[in-house]
Design a protein around this ligand. Structure first.
Ligand SMILES: C[S@@+](CC[C@H](N)C(=O)[O-])C[C@H]1O[C@@H](n2cnc3c(N)ncnc32)[C@H](O)[C@@H]1O
Length: 309
């Protein structure tokens, strides 16, 4: 059948006019249309099928549900037909009731989401939320990082270096394990990160030109250094004026097995240790806080310390 005749035929029925008028306010599922019109599911589905076939209505699947809406990509003639249909629908005796029920259904839809968040309010940050992750937050925060030159000392295979390299001007990753440096460099090459350079060296005397770095990062690396205060002093030397240091480490703990299990030299640090080393090295604007505590024993706590040259 020709498209115009199809549209005329589709709109020649009172129920289909009611459906079109309801979809004017936005997309609705079959179940919602059922609730509003009090018609059976199969009747509604048949009418929607005809409307879709005529090109007046479109559908989209979301999980188990199908939502229907007016055809937005329609040409001028479809828009004309829909305009007439809205005018016609107003004359139907069911129109007022339909519009009242529509408002109710839309309000409840909004409330359903709200009910969930009201229920979890106060513990929302601790419960699972689909898609919510520290990894995601990390990527978001990276977008606000300016194009810095970064030294990641005791970098490991470059988990953090790679993340930073996606945003920063250059990242120099220093580690004293030959195998780790070789692996990290190969991984960076494979991932196409040309601005990430791995160097073999000691974080107490990093192979990096003095005054060339905007940000030094020491993530879970300082507690491996023989002389942590020397490492902080070396970091200060690498930085240009007003460059920053950020240290993530463990708060002092008593889990002695960490020395054998993880090769740790120090059982974390007191906030006062870090403060003293940063101050002695010449850092200003020192800020230190505990930023995380693990749920599982021995409940390691993560300390974040920062300062400016
Ligand atoms: C616990 S890993 C941390 C890796 C990475 N920074 C992270 O947060 O995922 C510690 C790393 O420091 C390296 N490391 C230990 N002592 C070092 C030293 N004196 N100089 C340079 N790297 C060192 C180790 O080889 C290891 O890769």
């Amino acid at each position: 059948m020709a498209p115009v005749l199809k549209s005329l035929r589709a709109l020649s029925d009172a129920t289909r006019l009611r459906i079109v008028a309801l979809l004017e306010k936005g997309e609705l599922s079959v179940h919602e249309l059922q609730e509003i019109t009090r018609l059976g599911q199969s009747r509604i589905s048949t009418h929607l099928g005809l409307l879709q076939d005529s090109g007046l209505v479109q559908s989209r699947r979301e999980g188990k549900r199908t939502f229907y809406k007016l055809n937005e990509e329609s040409d001028g003639s479809v828009a004309e037909f829909l305009k007439l249909a809205f005018q016609g629908a107003v004359e139907l005796p069911e129109h007022t009731g339909d519009q009242i029920n529509l408002k109710r259904v839309l309000k409840r839809r909004q409330e359903q989401a709200q009910v969930y968040f009201d229920q979890v309010a106060g513990r929302f940050d601790r419960v699972y939320g689909p898609g919510r992750s520290w990894q995601g937050f990390g990527h978001l925060l990276l977008r606000i990082v300016p194009p810095l030159v970064v030294a990641d000392l005791g970098s490991g295979e470059g988990l953090l270096s790679e993340l930073l390299a996606r945003r920063c001007k250059k990242v120099i990753a220093v580690d004293n394990s030959e195998k780790i440096v070789a692996f990290g460099a190969a991984k960076a090459r494979k991932n196409g990160l040309k601005n990430l350079e791995f160097r073999l060296g000691d974080l107490q005397n990093p192979p990096i030109e003095a005054g060339s770095i905007d940000l030094v990062v020491l993530s879970q690396a300082l507690h491996h250094a023989e002389d942590p205060s020397a490492a902080v002093t070396a970091a200060h030397r690498l930085l240009r004026a007003r460059g920053q240091i950020l240290i993530l480490d463990l708060l002092k703990h008593r889990f002695e097995k960490a020395q054998d299990t993880y090769g740790d030299r120090w059982l974390g640090f007191a906030e006062s240790d870090l403060h003293r080393w940063l101050e002695d090295a010449g850092f200003r604007k020192i800020e230190i806080s505990v930023v995380a505590r693990e749920e599982e024993p021995p409940h390691f706590q993560t300390i974040l310390a920062g300062g400016e040259k």
